[in-house]
Structures are given as C-alpha cells and as structure tokens.
Ligand binder design. Structure first.
Ligand SMILES: NC(=O)c1ccc[n+]([C@@H]2O[C@H](COP(=O)([O-])OP(=O)(O)OC[C@H]3O[C@@H](n4cnc5c(N)ncnc54)[C@H](OP(=O)(O)O)[C@@H]3O)[C@@H](O)[C@H]2O)c1
Length: 272
C-alpha cells in the first residue's frame, strides 16, 4: 500500500511540531511530507532537519497532496485561500489549525459548498509533543478521513473530537490555557523568592509541584477537590492558604478568564 502525500502550507512552529511528531514517531514517511513556506532559510532548515520535501506554490501543493494542513496565521489565511481558489477541489481534504476561523469562512471564500475540511485547535505544548487538540469536521469528511487526521494529532499529544460550536470554549480553555498555567507558575516562583528561596530553587520546586500534581490527578483519577482535601490537614498550612484563595475568588477568577477568552474567540470568528 502506498502512503499518500501530505502537505503543509506554512512551515512555522505548529507545522514543525506536527512534522516532528510524524517523522520521529515513525508514523509517517518523511518522503511523503511536503511543506510550502515563503522563507528559503525555513525551508532549508525543515528539509535538513526532517528530510521532508519543500514545494514552491499552492498549485504544486494541491497537485502533489490530497491532504493539506493550513498552518499559517489567521491574518494571512484569506490571502492563502485566495491564492488557492480554483486549485482546491472537493476531493482535497483541508486541515486548518488557524485559531478563530470557522469552517463556514473557508467554504465561503473558496466557494466550495461540499468542502472537506477539519478544523483543529491545538495548543503550544504541541512543541514538546504534549498538545491538547480538539478537532471538528465538515459533514463531507468521512469517518476514516477524520480518524487518520486524529491519529496525526495523536502524535503530538491528546485529541478530542467535538462539534464546532464547542471550539470557542476549547480556545478559551486549552488554546489559551498554557498562558494561565504559566501565570500561575510565575506567581509560585516569585512567591518562593519573596519567602527567601533562591530563584533557581524556587523555579525547580514550582515546576515539579505542577508537573507532579498533574501526574497525581492522572494516576489517581480523582476530582481535584478530593486531592485538595487530602493535603489539607486540620489546622495546617494548606488550609490556611486555601482560605486566602477562597477569599480572593481564585476559582471564579480562572472561570472569568476562560469566559473572556471564549467570548473573544467568538468575536474573532465573526470577524470583529
Ligand atoms: N502557536 C500556537 O500556540 C497555536 C495554537 C493553536 C493554533 N495555532 C495556529 O496555528 C497557526 C500557525 O501558528 P504558528 O505558531 O505555527 O505560526 P508561525 O510560526 O508564524 O508559522 C506560520 C508560517 O507560515 C508562513 N507563511 C506566511 N505567509 C505564508 C503564505 N502565504 N504561504 C505559506 N506560508 C506562509 C510564515 O512565514 P513568515 O514567518 O516568513 O511570514 C511562517 O513560517 C496559526 O493560525 C495559529 O492560530 C497556533
């Protein structure tokens, strides 16, 4: 059985994360991967690092590959789609990772009502093979096609298939989520320093505390509230700190932050 070619329009960070996941896991042959990027240096780097092929323009990309990843910034997507008009047909399968742009915007710009397109919202831990990605597909994508694309994203982390109406919430939670976690870690580090710890020691302790807590939740499968109760001894240090978090509305702040990002994603999707 021959492996079909896949192409990437845009060879930036996210495309590289996917290419790295596919080639290093051995799940996709490098000779079947093509990338289009305006920067000759970038193309040279990707070819030299991953042994993949480069391609010169959209026409060549869609002639060579039936499955194409759109991995450019949302701001340049309409330009890319305009360049692809008349080149993309309803046999191609598009996979877009651009934040905020709904499937209907691709259908409209390309004037292809039966467009096969999968919209994916990954997040930056993709760069270290730890993405949380959510996928949604247009009605013309077959289950087999969706399974294959889901498997590609499984090479860079975990995946969930959802209806498109949930993608704004995904953007608010996991798409923007790494930034909330980074803020929390930054605060922990500074707190340690404020209490007299050396910055490096504080950083190591904060990072391992977060990583270890995630692993504990994963392995025990308990609700976070259960684990929180377990570390809160009567009259102890943890419950004293928890009282401050409760009083300052810590959980409500996080929920409001996710709601604000979700709302922003909805606005961007409407072109606001
Ligand atoms: N990074 C994230 O955390 C994240 C998370 C979820 C979704 N996404 C989405 O993933 C997409 C890619 O993000 P990224 O972080 O990988 O961005 P990036 O590193 O800037 O990559 C985009 C690449 O596309 C190239 N490009 C620009 N115009 C092009 C064109 N007309 N044809 C072909 N290639 C072109 C850029 O080249 P130049 O730099 O030379 O312009 C750049 O190499 C975005 O839509 C973003 O919303 C990113």
């Amino acid at each position: 059985m021959t492996t079909e070619n896949i192409g990437f329009i845009g060879g930036g960070q996210m495309a590289e994360a996917l290419i790295k996941g596919l080639t290093q896991s051995g799940s996709y042959p490098a000779e079947n991967i093509y990338v289009l990027d305006p920067s000759p240096e970038r193309k040279d780097f990707l070819t030299a690092t991953y042994n993949i092929n480069t391609i010169e323009d959209c026409g060549a990309a869609f002639a060579t590959c039936q499955k194409i990843f759109l991995a450019v910034k949302p701001q340049v997507m309409s330009l890319v789609l305009q360049n692809c008009q008349g080149i993309i047909n309803e046999d191609h399968l598009l996979i877009t990772i651009a934040a905020g742009l709904p499937i209907s915007s691709y259908v409209k710009t390309l004037a292809l009502p039966r467009l096969k397109i999968i919209r994916v919202m990954p997040n930056t831990p993709a760069l270290v093979g730890q993405s949380a990605s959510a996928l949604t597909a247009s009605p013309y994508v077959s289950q087999e096609e969706l399974d294959k694309v889901q498997n590609i994203f499984n090479q860079i982390g975990t995946t969930t298939v959802l209806e498109e109406c949930h993608l704004d919430a995904v953007t608010g939670l996991s798409g923007s989520g790494p930034a909330y976690v980074f803020s929390f870690i930054e605060a922990l580090i500074d707190a340690g320093v404020a209490e007299g710890l050396n910055r490096q020691v504080s950083t190591n302790l904060a990072l391992q505390t977060v990583a270890g807590s995630v692993e504990l939740l994963r392995q025990n499968g308990e609700h976070p509230a259960v684990e929180r109760a377990r570390v809160s001894s009567p009259g102890g240090t943890t419950i004293a700190a928890s009282k401050i978090l409760e009083r300052s509305g810590f959980q409500a702040i996080i929920m409001d932050a996710v709601a604000a990002a979700t709302e922003k994603s909805k606005e961007l999707g409407k072109g606001k």
